[in-house]
Design a binder for this molecule. Structure first.
Ligand code: NAP
Length: 313
């Protein structure tokens, strides 16, 4: 935890140390702005929770999610970024320098780059946490490949569930989508594609009440919400797509946000407050990839640099 944040006045304060935050820090550091990064709860962001990342360019054999985060951090620090294990919990963007209160103290910042990420919603059933990474996943792009020729279950009835289920059909031998109602939110085209796919099956009006297995997931306990009937469904993988929640509660009422809580930015990553930028999944409900978040972070830092240069005349 930071013990030197008190009274610190920095040119660039980065909130969050996932791909967006650490890329922003790298660019700001190379512009000699001595950025400070507050890690928040998850150094490396969601990517650090992924076993292997195989779609980040430059790593033809893939790279561990946590390892990639460490490399990002090392590179940013090499150019002078300072990474503090501290959590921002209050911001004041009403006047400059902006104020950010943290668990460890308080920062004043000329510019702020928000890269606090998003968190997948959890089912919150027994076994889910214990078997995450051992069959339970929240990212098809990251983990789909590990389920080659395996039996996979998807939970959710929205666009994400359908899109990701169709993606996993590339690998899995069967993909069963389980939904708590008998109507889907997903768009008609996605529904049609899924219905017509030979590997896709559907179980409706049903919820997962427990993930079963010791070392790895082996089965799910299901409950039909209409009849109350409980069944055991054997499967190797469970992908949960019941929505994401951007980690932006702290900025409610202080920045323009979508009704889903994503911070609204323009194509320069500018929020509605001058000198405050947002990058990565806190501002991106669409792509949610390491490379896109890193790109947004770099863009935010370039823009912050230009903003400070313009101010300095
Ligand atoms: P979403 O539209 O909010 O759908 C979440 C789904 O999960 C709903 O079907 C919901 O069921 C179900 N659900 C929620 N909590 C649950 C729980 N505790 N147990 C079981 N099921 C639960 O989320 P999303 O699919 O991630 O999409 C988010 C936004 O991004 C949407 O606006 C979507 O259109 C958009 N999106 C667009 C695309 C695309 O255009 N290609 C792709 C992905 C996402 P109920 O239906 O019963 O509430």
């Amino acid at each position: 935890m930071s013990n030197n944040g008190n009274g610190n006045h920095v040119k660039v304060l980065v909130l969050g140390a996932g791909p967006a935050g650490l890329s922003a820090a790298l660019y700001a550091a190379r512009a000699e702005l001595a950025p400070v990064v507050l890690t928040g709860m998850q150094l490396g962001g969601q990517a650090a929770l992924t076993h292997t990342i195989e779609n980040y360019p430059g790593f033809p054999e893939g790279v561990g999610g946590a390892q990639l985060g460490e490399l990002f951090q090392k590179q940013a620090e090499h150019f002078g970024a300072k990474v503090e294990y501290d959590l921002a919990n209050e911001v004041d963007f009403s006047q400059r320098p902006y104020m950010v209160k943290t668990d460890g103290g308080e920062y004043k910042a000329d510019t702020v780059i928000i890269s606090t990420g998003a968190s997948p919603l959890h089912l919150e059933v027994p076994g889910e946490v214990e078997l995450t990474g051992r069959g339970v996943s929240y990212c098809a792009t990251c983990d789909g490949w590990f389920f080659k020729d395996k039996k996979v279950v998807i939970v959710g009835g929205g666009d994400s569930a359908f899109e990701e289920a169709l993606f996993i059909t590339r690998y899995a031998s069967s993909v069963t989508l389980i939904h708590r109602r008998d109507e889907f939110r997903a768009g008609a085209i996605l529904q049609k594609r899924a219905n017509e796919h030979p590997k896709m099956k559907f179980i409706l009006n049903t919820v997962v009440t427990e993930v079963l297995g010791s070392d790895k997931m082996e089965a799910l306990r299901l409950k039909n919400v209409k009849t109350g009937e409980e069944t055991i469904f054997e499967a190797d993988g469970l992908f949960i797509f019941i929505g994401h929640k951007p980690n932006t509660e702290m900025f409610q009422g202080k920045l323009s946000m979508s009704n889903l809580g994503y911070i609204q930015v323009n194509d320069k990553m500018e929020t509605n407050v001058p000198g405050v930028y947002a990058a990565g999944e806190a501002a991106d409900p669409h792509f949610r990839q390491v490379i896109t978040s890193a790109g947004m972070g770099a863009a935010a830092a370039i823009q912050a640099t230009r903003f400070l240069e313009a101010e300095e005349g």
